[in-house]
Design a protein around this ligand. Structure first.
Ligand SMILES: [Zn+2]
Ligand SMILES: [Zn+2]
Length: 199
């Protein structure tokens, strides 16, 4: 049998208590909101379907690999996907037997389609902030250079924009303490600013 659709009539007719569902199939991409991520490997699934009174449980493992973009350096990188599966499939008219919070997938004409389940589990396992490497240095916010490939010539103090608000706070504090200063110091300050202008 090809694809992600499987006929489970042998289970549903109570001829067998369980059946193995294994295979390797292609899914072109995963759609998450407005983003589309392409798979770099086929989806492998190794599952066992078991009959329960209201339907079928599907348990086992699914795995694949998807192309994500690093949230720091923006480069594309392969992200491995491994998910444990523990899901219930039920005929639409039997869905009411399940608690509302227990999500079930549908059995239609004694067949199940694994694809919506696989996509849902993979989407849930995607990282919020994908990183090509835990130590990824990201891009320089000034010149945009990939800092994983070496330093840029931007001044180091200017690179880390996270400290910018703190720096401003420090400067403001320094200014307010200067306000009480003597006129001689104010003269020194004007010399300093004059020096600055010359640059
Ligand atoms: Zn990166
Ligand atoms: Zn730079």
């Amino acid at each position: 049998m090809k694809g992600f659709k499987f006929n489970l009539s042998c289970l549903l007719d109570f001829q067998e208590p369980e059946t193995k569902i294994c295979g390797e199939e292609k899914i072109p991409y995963l759609e998450v909101g407005r983003s589309k991520f392409s798979f770099s490997k086929k989806v492998k699934f190794n599952l066992i379907a078991r009959r329960i009174s209201q339907g079928v449980t599907v348990e086992g493992k699914i795995q694949s690999q998807i192309n994500l973009n690093c949230s720091r350096c923006l480069k594309k990188f392969p992200f491995p996907l491994h998910c444990e599966v523990r899901e219930i499939f039920a005929e639409p008219e039997k869905k009411k037997f399940f608690l509302e919070e227990a999500e079930t997938f549908e059995i239609i004409n004694e067949r199940i389609d694994l694809e919506p389940m696989i996509k849902q589990l993979f989407i849930l396992s995607l990282p919020m902030k994908p990183l090509c490497n835990q130590n990824c240095l990201g891009l320089c916010p000034k010149c945009g250079k990939d800092l994983n490939q070496g330093n840029c010539s931007c001044e180091k103090s200017e690179i880390d924009i996270r400290w910018e608000p703190l720096k401003k706070l420090k400067e403001a504090g320094a200014k307010s303490s200067e306000q009480g200063a003597k006129s001689s110091e104010q003269g020194a300050k004007s010399i300093k600013s004059g020096f600055r202008l010359k640059i």
